[in-house]
Every structure is written in structure tokens, then in C-alpha cells.
Design a protein around this ligand. Structure first.
Ligand SMILES: C[S@@+](CC[C@H](N)C(=O)[O-])C[C@H]1O[C@@H](n2cnc3c(N)ncnc32)[C@H](O)[C@@H]1O
Length: 266
């Protein structure tokens, strides 16, 4: 009993740390490094971020295409951050719901939707315990989130639970066997510290890196699971990124990419 109780408290404490970290470390602000005077939450702020994401997340169209075939176009985004991809899905005709632990991210997501005249609902919630009934959504999308939560496998099983039979999901997780993981191991640099590089608490409380086999086994409850490797490196490697030809980057991404992208069907 005591152990169980302690575990719950510990877990709550960890979720609070995660929420606080991501409210202070706004994910896409790495794209504003060359725009120091742009006001957070302004239209220009979102325009720069959206354009940068389309450039760096070059396989976004592939993920959209995979989800577009679902018959019921209700889409949940788990860990929607500031809603940059949620708004793209909304523009493609999906009825979107975004959840995230970090309130600062959610406030920005609502503002982004206002600017673009988009409709969607946002909710502060935990990916490991989704506040939705079974089979509530036709599709689920989660990009760069579940490696930041203590129990990734539980988050994936929650996605499976809320999907309708025949529904589809796309889940992106970090790849252990990647150039980026190796570079961070060599340099001992944190993974998620674009804003507060020198602060004591300058990396995310949780950042797992998985092998393809581990992702496959966490997704084994789905009837179909295809995993592709993408994104050799991105904005964090700004100068080098610019020097590597696009085709070379995309080819090497298939081997040593930082992103393992699971295309799933229930
Ligand atoms: C790297 S950001 C990615 C955000 C967004 N998907 C994007 O690509 O910009 C990670 C996000 O995961 C959220 N997150 C981490 N653990 C979570 C959990 N257990 N439940 C909900 N959101 C979580 C964080 O608050 C943060 O917004």
C-alpha cells in the first residue's frame, strides 16, 4: 500500500515537473533564434514557426496522407504543444482535439487557432490517462511527445484504446540508433534546451530514446505497424543542415534518422 501510494505521489510530482518544464521551454522557439525581436504569440511568431516546421519536418505530408484515409475525421493530437500541426490537420478538414500537460503551450495553441480562424478544442490532460471514452476518435497523432513521459508504453496503449476499430495513428519517438543521439552522447549536451541553455534545469525531465524493436513491441497491440526512420538532424544543427544537400539528408535520414515514425492501424 505504502509503496503504491508513494509511487502515485512520485508520478504526480514527475508530471508536474514535465508540465513546468514545457511551459517554460516552448518547443518551437528554436526557430526564432534569428528573430530575437518577434513577440511571443504574435501573428509573425506563428508565421515563422509554421514555415520552419514545414521546411524541417519534410515528411509531414506523408503523415497527413496516412491519416487522411480514415473514414471518421475526428483527430486527437496527443501532446499538441502550441498547435502547429493541429492547425494543419484542421485545414485538411479534420475535427481536431489537442491535449497537452503544459498550460503555456495550450494558451498559444488557442491563440494560433484564433489567428487562423480555425476550430478545435484544447484540453490540459495527461497522455498516460486520456480523458476520453474508448473508440472516441478516428485518428490519433502524436509528434515528439511520448518519449518525454515516464510511461511511454502506457501512452501508446491509451492511443489504441481511444481509437475506433480501423482507425489510424501516427506516433513519432526518438531513435536510439541515430546520428543525433550519438552526437549528444559525445558532446554530453542536453536534448531539449534551446531556450535555457545555461539553466540548471535545462533539459526535459524525461527524454527516452528507443530502438526500432522497442517501438515495434510497444505497438504490438495494433493490427498494422510500419516504422520509418526520418530526420537525420534539423534546426539544432543549423549551419550543417544548410550545407548538406536535401537528397543526401533524406537518404541518410532513412539510416541514422532521429525520428522513428510508427504508422499504426487498429
Ligand atoms: C517536444 S514538445 C512537442 C510538442 C508538439 N507535438 C510539437 O511537435 O511541437 C513535447 C510536448 O509533450 C508534452 N507532454 C509531455 N508529457 C506529456 C504527457 N504525459 N501528457 C501530455 N503532454 C505531455 C509537453 O508538455 C510538450 O508540449
Amino acid at each position: 500500500m505504502i509503496d503504491e501510494k508513494n509511487h502515485v505521489i512520485e508520478n504526480r510530482d514527475m508530471l508536474k515537473r514535465i508540465a513546468d518544464f514545457w511551459s517554460a521551454q516552448l518547443n518551437n522557439e528554436i526557430f526564432l533564434r534569428n528573430h530575437p525581436n518577434v513577440l511571443r504569440g504574435s501573428r509573425e511568431y506563428f508565421e515563422i514557426i509554421l514555415a520552419a516546421r514545414l521546411k524541417y519536418i519534410y515528411y509531414l505530408p506523408k503523415m497527413i496522407e496516412f491519416l487522411e484515409t480514415i473514414p471518421v475525421k475526428t483527430l486527437l493530437e496527443v501532446g499538441c504543444g502550441m498547435g502547429t500541426d493541429t492547425v494543419v490537420f484542421e485545414s485538411k478538414g479534420f475535427q481536431v482535439t489537442g491535449i497537452d500537460l503544459a498550460s503555456a503551450h495550450l494558451q498559444l495553441a488557442s491563440r494560433l487557432f484564433e489567428y487562423y480562424g480555425a476550430r478545435g478544442s484544447f484540453l490540459e490532460a495527461n497522455a498516460e490517462r486520456l480523458p476520453f471514452s474508448n473508440e472516441a476518435f478516428g485518428g490519433v497523432y502524436s509528434f515528439g511527445v511520448l518519449h518525454h513521459t515516464p510511461n511511454t508504453a502506457l501512452g501508446i496503449s491509451e492511443i489504441h484504446r481511444v481509437l475506433k476499430p480501423g482507425g489510424r495513428a501516427v506516433v513519432m519517438l526518438y531513435n536510439r540508433n541515430s546520428l543525433n543521439n550519438f552526437a549528444h552522447w559525445v558532446t554530453r549536451k542536453g536534448f531539449e534546451n534551446a531556450v535555457k541553455r545555461d539553466a540548471a534545469n535545462s533539459d526535459a525531465p524525461v527524454t527516452y530514446r528507443f530502438t526500432r524493436k522497442q517501438v515495434g513491441s510497444m505497438c504490438s497491440m495494433f493490427t498494422k505497424c510500419e516504422i520509418s526512420t526520418e530526420y537525420l538532424f534539423g534546426a539544432g544543427w543549423s549551419r550543417i543542415y544548410g550545407l548538406v544537400p536535401k537528397q543526401v539528408h533524406e537518404k541518410l535520414s532513412k539510416i541514422w534518422g532521429w525520428h522513428l515514425v510508427a504508422y499504426l492501424e487498429k
